[in-house]
Design a protein around this ligand. Structure first.
Ligand code: FE2
Length: 186
């Protein structure tokens, strides 16, 4: 099976950005994820856009990286969804969306990887959550991350965030939109 060109370019740009941004534990996770890029999964479901996706272009406008350009080429093909538990907070319900690029139910269906994106309008707080797999985030906009072992941090355009397995973590946007990619080995 062959992967569509824009998705292959996104993974190539992801590998380069992960290797540039990550060190230590984060780099170990990144290399585990990158090592699985060679296998190709089935194509996933249809694209679905939400109104908050209008913040993606302004978020990317500030970034000239290969990864930002590669993500811009795939984001319109993704199935953007809300967090099921976001209600009854109507402001957050309308102010965020997630999309799985590679992973269960993703644009490319995989059971060994979970790679996706989160967009938020300005002034949003993504609720504290946890999951068993460890995780690396690459920011595509300014934003702040928190976990139970780390104060609120903006890693900057060339940084990353590492969340150890099972740790409670959260993120928030500032005065502008928030856009970030997440990479988890399953
Ligand atoms: Fe997470």
């Amino acid at each position: 099976m062959r992967r569509a060109g824009e998705l292959e370019r996104f993974l190539t740009a992801s590998a380069a950005a992960l290797r540039a941004a990550c060190h230590g534990e984060a780099l170990r996770v990144a290399e585990t994820v990158i090592a699985r890029f060679g296998a190709v999964g089935a194509s996933g479901g249809a694209a679905a856009r939400l109104p908050v996706c209008d913040w993606i272009a302004p978020a990317l406008a500030g970034r000239g990286s290969d990864l930002a350009r590669a993500f811009a080429a795939v984001e319109g093909k993704l199935a953007w969804t809300r967090r099921a538990s976001a209600r009854p907070d109507e402001r957050f319900w309308d102010g965020h969306a997630n999309a799985v690029i590679l992973g269960p139910g993703g644009f490319e269906v995989r059971s060994d990887l979970w790679i996706g994106a989160t967009v938020m309008a300005p002034g949003m707080a993504y609720p504290q959550h946890d999951h068993a797999p460890e995780e690396v985030y690459l920011p595509l906009s300014p934003g702040e991350w928190w976990n139970a072992a780390m104060d609120w941090t903006d890693p900057g355009p060339t940084g990353c965030i590492y969340n150890p397995p099972g740790i409670a973590h959260a993120m928030r946007s500032g005065e502008g939109p928030f856009l970030a990619l997440w990479y988890l080995p399953l």
